[in-house]
Design a protein around this ligand. Structure first.
Ligand code: SAH
Length: 404
């Protein structure tokens, strides 16, 4: 159950207040830490397709339509416990439990509301999910879930709190899916958009991310175009993703217009040079007809001058047309010497891109004081850095060197 702390709420213009909980603008959810790595998904219902659930019902001696009922219970009624599958025969429920099946939902532990209406939910220490309700240009309500793909992150981008907290393990597919369901429950509203921009590097956990993506699309019924996968770049994975021909957006976190500067900001850049990333992004467009979006965190005095903007525009023109840049003013994190750029610098950077025919948008910062803004997701309960949990060799480990 969510424990909600509310502070004074001064919502941004576009923020919506949720009725029941006076939650507005943004919420972060944290799920319980799994002390030892859970075994494979094999006995978790969440994440299974209708066909797989029908097969399971048949395997347990039930009519196939029971599988359809299971699907409805999991994804429409969002029931969290087999015990509460009240329209299924008791014998079937017992069979499921006896065979070791479980739904795969974790209790949400904690919630914090920021002064701008941000809500943050946390458990013992691990993954956090952010819910961001906004009204779009046409006035309709959107609810975006910003989901985590790993417990911590091994890539250690120099300005990101998650990376500073270390890395423990990949999330399993149901652990990604349940974050979306938890946000729906908290806001009492359907999630319309999903961004893989929470803790972790999605491309280091691509299998689970793709499975979760498929389930969110087919079973939870979130349109592919409403989902974005964000990566700082992991060699060979953009190609792999392209082969799935998703209609979702791929966002690549650049943060610098040249390799030299990028290496100082993003340590993993050493193993994946900028020109190789740009080539893969161009190929991605050719393969999927979906243009990659670029993210650029603006760090005062480091990468935020007009000259940097012009260099970035030139880089993008060199590799294609019609690219869009999403600018993210640095969200301060503990122990970092980086500074947030002045509004004037952000506006000048954006204007320089636009005047060089690169469309740009500035990501509205919300949730700063609940540490739920971009890059701030790091569990307050986690006092010491995470270490990789290698106790289960079935968990894929990152396949690029852990730098710094
Ligand atoms: N690993 C993925 C998702 C991470 S978070 C990636 O790197 O793309 C999503 C975005 O937030 C990334 O662009 C990331 O660089 C940015 N970000 C991280 N920390 C930040 C901070 N403190 N301030 C602003 N943006 C940040």
């Amino acid at each position: 159950m969510a424990l909600l702390h509310h502070t004074c709420s001064v919502p941004l213009a576009s923020a919506i207040r949720s009725r029941a909980l006076t939650i507005s603008s943004r919420a972060a959810v944290t799920f319980p830490s799994v002390k030892k790595l859970p075994h494979a998904d094999s006995h978790v219902l969440l994440g299974m397709s209708e066909l797989e659930l029908q097969q399971l019902a048949a395997d347990l001696g039930q009519e196939k339509y029971r599988g359809k009922q299971l699907h409805h219970l999991l994804y429409k009624r969002k029931v969290k416990d087999i015990e509460d599958f009240s329209n299924l025969p008791q014998a079937f429920r017992s069979n499921l439990r006896d065979a070791g099946w479980r739904v795969g939902r974790s209790p949400v532990h904690h919630a914090v509301t920021s002064a701008d209406g941000t809500v943050k939910l946390e458990d013992n220490r691990l993954v956090e999910t952010v819910g961001i309700p906004v009204k779009d240009d046409k006035g309709s309500a959107r609810l975006t879930a910003c989901v985590s793909s790993q417990v911590g992150c091994p890539l250690r981008c120099s300005f990101c709190a998650t990376g500073k907290g270390g890395f423990s393990r990949n999330l399993q597919r149901h652990e990604i899916i349940e974050q979306v369901l938890a946000i729906e429950e908290l806001f009492q509203q359907r999630v319309t958009n999903v961004v893989f921009m929470g803790m972790g590097e999605p491309m280091l956990n691509l299998k689970a991310v793709l499975e979760a993506h498929q389930c969110l699309n087919k079973d939870v019924q979130i349109g592919q175009r409403m989902m974005t996968i964000s990566t700082v770049g992991v060699p060979n994975t953009i190609k792999k993703l392209a082969s799935h021909k998703l209609q979702s957006t791929l966002a690549v976190s650049l943060h610098a217009p040249n390799q030299k500067l990028r290496e100082t900001i993003v340590p993993s850049a050493k193993s994946y040079p900028l020109h190789a990333i740009m080539k893969d992004c161009t190929d991605y467009f050719q393969e999927t007809s979906r243009r990659v979006t670029f993210e650029y965190t603006l760090l005062a005095g480091v990468n935020d001058t007009v000259e940097h903007a012009i260099e970035l525009a030139e880089l993008l023109h060199e590799w294609g047309r019609g690219y869009h840049v999403n600018l993210i003013p640095f969200n301060p994190i503990e122990g970092s010497e980086y500074r947030r750029p002045y509004r004037k610098a952000v506006a000048a950077f954006e204007a320089a891109l636009e005047s060089h025919k690169i469309t740009a948008s500035v990501r509205q910062t919300r949730g700063l004081d609940a540490s739920a803004a971009c890059g701030q997701l790091r569990n307050e309960f986690q006092k010491s850095p995470l270490v990789p949990d290698n106790s289960d060799s079935s968990q894929p480990q990152p396949d690029i060197p852990l730098l710094c």
